[in-house]
Ligand binder design. Structure first.
Ligand code: HEC
Ligand code: HEC
Length: 286
């Protein structure tokens, strides 16, 4: 009995060790299998690297708008949403970095209507329907090979996966807590927005009747007025964010009031643009 138990338990131990090893192996395979079942798979990342990141890396013979590689401006230094990893080598990003970039880049596409993706419209020349881009116009028309490569990549993504936040509601509570203080607290010795925007069609900043804070009714009126000056999902085309922005930073050429923001990397401009994109809700500002 004891003789059969001893080898038996040795065998059992061996079997357990083997089973444990198998377990590890199968766990490992299962993880990568489930990653592959989901999206993006390793192959999806590879296709993104060759179709899209190749364009980002392309040397265009200069360091200024129109001539610089996308990657020269769009790494973590840029305070825009399109902020890529700093490439590990001159040849480009590691696969791991590309995965992170992938998450950033897919925020700029609309798989429900690929041709409306910001990733396509920013570098496209305004004469061809592009949005205008501080970094320059890289594609003269919608037949540019780079444009077409990125378009076909967006079309290859699952259609319901990356749908633009254009319909995300612009939050009223955030407006009260974080946007309204902009109107009341001038910068750099300017006068308040409320001095000129208290009434009428451009009256998004009424002077509070009680002298200190807006009533609910005042706030609702202000919110509906400013809604006219906002294009939800699209800060760069929202007059509210363009009028007080300096023209050198992409703002409107004219505004009969002050320029509160010198550039779009102003943290307050960033906060407001996230709100316009439907990404900010509630009462936490900053
Ligand atoms: C010289 C610097 C520079 C270069 C080169 C450049 N960009 Fe930009 N890009 C910017 C700046 C600054 C902004 C933010 C202001 C604006 O939207 O114009 C921006 C904005 C964008 C946006 C909008 C991001 C958002 O959050 O909505 C996209 C998309 C974009 N760029 C794509 C590209 C692509 C693709 C290339 C290469 C073909 C490129 N850019 C090259 C400077 C640059
Ligand atoms: C000295 C007065 C004055 C101040 C202060 C002022 N504005 Fe204006 N603003 C105007 C006038 C006048 C117009 C209409 C003419 C124009 O578009 O420039 C206007 C237009 C606008 C528009 C476009 C309205 C529309 O219907 O197209 C926006 C948005 C705007 N201002 C935002 C602001 C914000 C935000 C502030 C505070 C940071 C501010 N303004 C401060 C005078 C002012």
């Amino acid at each position: 009995m004891s003789r059969s138990i001893a080898p038996g338990s040795a065998a059992t131990t061996a079997a357990l060790v083997a089973a444990a090893a198998l377990c590890v192996v199968s766990l490992a395979t299962r993880t990568s299998a489930s990653e592959q079942a989901g999206f993006p798979t390793a192959a999806d990342i590879e296709s993104y690297r060759t179709k899209v990141e190749r364009v980002f890396m392309t040397d265009r013979g200069g360091t200024t708008p129109n001539y610089a590689a996308c990657v020269m401006c769009h790494t973590w230094q840029t305070k825009v949403r399109f902020s890529l990893e700093t490439p590990a080598t001159d040849a480009g990003w590691t696969t791991e970095q590309s995965r992170k970039n992938f998450d950033v880049v897919t925020k700029l596409v609309n798989t429900a209507a690929p041709a409306t993706s910001r990733l396509l419209l920013k570098p496209l020349d305004p004469s061809a329907g592009g949005m205008g881009h501080t970094g320059g116009s890289f594609w003269k028309s919608r037949t540019d090979p780079e444009y077409l490569a990125i378009l076909s990549w967006i079309q290859s993504l699952p259609a319901d996966r990356y749908v633009a936040t254009a319909d995300a509601p612009v939050d009223f509570e955030f407006f009260r807590a974080c946007v309204q203080p902009v109107f009341a607290n001038p910068r750099d010795g300017h006068i308040k927005c409320s001095n000129c925007h208290a009434g009428g069609l451009i009256g998004f900043a009424p002077v509070p009747q009680n002298g200190s804070a807006w009533s609910d009714a005042e706030a609702k009126r202000a919110f509906s007025t400013i809604s006219r000056l906002i294009l939800p999902g699209n800060p760069e085309q929202s007059r509210f964010l363009l009028k007080p922005l300096h023209p050198d930073g992409g703002g409107s050429y004219t505004h009969n009031g002050p320029r509160r923001w010198q550039s779009r990397s102003d943290p307050e401009w960033q906060m407001l643009s996230q709100w316009v994109r439907g990404e900010r809700k509630g009462t936490t500002c900053g």
